[in-house]
Design a protein around this ligand. Structure first.
Ligand code: SF4
Ligand code: SF4
Length: 173
């Protein structure tokens, strides 16, 4: 009995977990008016993404649903919603908070893992291929030089970031 109550106390409800995170502080201010969804350019083009629904699920404690749904990765961080929310919910920042929690649990779409790896190893998201080099030469552009990845790798080597990214990479092999 004592053990059970200790477990319950040690397991925070999802909204508590989110509001303790940087960017997640305003979650509980949402009263579900839908202004964010009607302002969102991504929601206009796909039914897979609706910021109001994501927030509703978070408030209802549907942790797995929020974190495993690739919808949280569709936000383009335009901040339209955040500018218009009558309650001052920092929606785009909230989505960053969801992504950060998802990252620590290994729920990251492969495309983002590949991008992070490319930045880490080459300093670029898009690789410079032989074809690109030839095209540049043909139209009189100088060759692309190597990027300095020293500073980037210092960031990537921060303990929590490095551990999380490596784990995600390993799980998606
Ligand atoms: S606009 Fe703000 S209050 Fe309205 S649903 Fe979106 S987050 Fe909630
Ligand atoms: S910041 Fe994200 S959720 Fe908000 S309007 Fe832009 S794409 Fe939509």
């Amino acid at each position: 009995m004592e053990g059970k109550s200790r477990t319950r106390l040690e397991t925070p409800r999802f909204y508590e977990e989110v509001t303790r995170r940087l960017g997640g502080e305003t979650l509980t201010l949402c009263y579900q008016c839908g202004t964010c969804a009607s302002s969102c350019p991504v929601a206009k083009i796909t039914k897979r993404f609706n910021p109001r629904t994501i927030i509703k699920n978070a408030l209802l404690g549907n942790r797995e649903e929020v974190l495993t749904d690739e919808a949280i990765w569709l936000c383009c961080s335009c901040f339209n919603c955040q500018e218009r929310c009558p309650q001052g919910v920092e929606i785009a920042d909230l989505i960053f908070a969801f992504r950060n929690i998802a990252l620590t649990e290994g729920y990251v779409p492969k495309a983002f893992v590949d991008m992070a790896s490319a930045i880490r190893h080459d300093g670029r998201v898009v690789p410079i291929t032989k074809f690109v080099m030839q095209r540049r030469e043909k139209i009189g552009l100088p060759p692309v030089t190597d990027t300095g990845v020293y500073a980037l790798n210092k960031i990537f080597s921060l303990p929590s970031f490095d551990k999380d990214e490596v784990r995600v990479e390993e799980e998606q092999q």
